[in-house]
Design a binder for this molecule. Structure first.
Ligand SMILES: Cc1cc2nc3c(=O)[nH]c(=O)nc-3n(C[C@H](O)[C@H](O)[C@H](O)COP(=O)(O)OP(=O)(O)OC[C@H]3O[C@@H](n4cnc5c(N)ncnc54)[C@H](O)[C@@H]3O)c2cc1C
Length: 363
């Protein structure tokens, strides 16, 4: 999204990708656009702001990028879970987030196809949605290419080239196995691999190992009456399941947490995930696993994004983050301001590289 936003203003952009863009975390992603609750407030607000940019971004791209709005529905099964959900909803409401508690009857009316028993509490976050990452990446890069952006795919960057001028480091470009490319500014947006690439030039930050997996069914008849996505209770012994239906009818299922997803190992796990969902969504019975997607999340150690130019490499722009689908619309836009106009966007101040200064640095 950064390349797309840059391409609107300059033809001098080259995207260098090890494979086909969008085939790592973005491909495996559940791609839920949300800000719930994502504390502290500055991080919640960043996500919330990006949610609001998505529709404008969609209009700018001018085509069908597979966005589905409709909100998120969830419920709890125990009293403890209900208390937690009430607290969470209360917090988000105090931040002005459009979410509310709903009665079991309202849940059943909204989604009669769900088996939600028992229900101790339920909530509906009306502003949430999801997107087809393949469609949005193809549209954004397709338009960037029409505007003059060059795409170098299947070209793993082996090294960020640097020079030191007056004691300060400058990144001069990138090197692949076959060629070198000089650049005034380099954007480091290599997902999980960004940490290694930065570390190679002495810019260290911690990264949490967070493997993730999702499965997709073939296109199915419409499963939701009103909402965009559903989360099953997280207070049951079974793992929580998140599921959504894409505009073409495929159902995507994500299970587990950020510290590891269930179903990371085998096709049997994928089938087990599908079977686990069946008790909440009988309509899924008999569906097959069409695709099994896995990737490492780009997850800076404290869980928050790294965005912007670090003081120690003032022309290397970092864009490394989880919730990178939610945040893509906003980050693409503000990164262009910081890169092309020299702006320093104040609401990014909690998400700068500098918070890791000193981590792993050698004297
Ligand atoms: C299972 C799962 C579920 C998720 N669910 C959500 C969600 O619901 N909502 C949400 O907002 N976020 C979610 N995320 C996180 C989100 O998907 C990521 O934050 C986002 O996709 C990161 O995008 P990216 O472009 O930075 O990284 P990636 O999509 O990983 O892309 C990195 C790119 O860099 C390229 N690359 C890597 N190394 C090199 C190299 N040496 N040289 C050149 N190119 C290189 C790769 O080929 C790839 O194209 C989820 C992630 C996973 C894995």
């Amino acid at each position: 999204m950064i390349a797309y936003n840059l391409s609107l203003r300059t033809p001098k952009v080259t995207v260098v990708d090890a494979g086909k863009p969008g085939m790592e975390a973005s491909h495996a992603s559940y791609a839920w656009i949300n800000a719930r609750p994502k504390p502290p407030r500055s991080y919640h607000d960043l996500n919330r702001r990006s949610m609001d940019v998505w529709s404008r971004f969609e209009r700018k791209l001018g085509g069908d990028i597979g966005i589905t709005w409709g909100g998120e529905l969830r419920w709890t099964a125990t009293e403890g879970g209900a208390r937690e959900l009430r607290e969470e909803v209360k917090l988000m409401q105090s931040w002005g987030y459009p979410i509310r508690l709903i009665s079991p009857g309202a849940l059943r009316e909204m989604e009669p196809g769900l088996v939600a028993e028992p229900i101790t509490e339920a909530s509906f976050g009306e502003a949430e949605g999801h997107v087809d990452t393949s469609a949005v990446i193809a549209a954004a890069l397709g338009q960037a290419a029409e505007l003059g952006t060059k795409l170098a795919t299947g070209a793993p960057v082996t090294r960020l080239m640097t020079e030191t001028v007056g004691g300060a480091m400058r990144v001069t470009g990138v090197e692949t196995e076959r060629w070198r490319l000089s650049a005034d500014v380099v954007v480091l947006a290599a997902g999980y691999s960004s940490q290694r690439m930065a570390s190679d030039i002495g810019l260290h930050f911690p990264q949490t190992e967070s493997p993730g997996a999702t499965i997709l069914t073939p296109p199915m008849p419409r499963i939701f009456k009103t909402v965009a996505c559903v989360h099953t209770p997280r207070d049951l012994p079974d793992p929580q399941m998140n599921f959504r239906q894409m505009p073409d009818g495929r159902v995507q299922i994500h299970g587990g947490t950020h510290s590891g997803s269930i179903g990371d190992d085998s096709v049997e796990d994928a089938e087990w995930m599908l079977a686990g969902l069946e008790k909440f969504l009988p309509a899924i019975a008999g569906a097959s696993v069409d695709e099994w997607r896995r990737a490492m999340r780009p997850m800076p150690g404290d869980g928050f994004p790294i965005i912007g130019f670090p003081a120690r490499a003032p022309n290397l722009y970092f864009s490394v983050m989880h919730s990178g689908v939610t945040l893509a619309a906003l980050v693409g836009e503000v990164a262009a301001l910081e890169i092309l106009d020299g702006a320093r966007v104040d609401f990014l101040s909690d998400f700068r590289f500098e918070r890791f200064t000193g981590v792993g640095d050698r004297a």
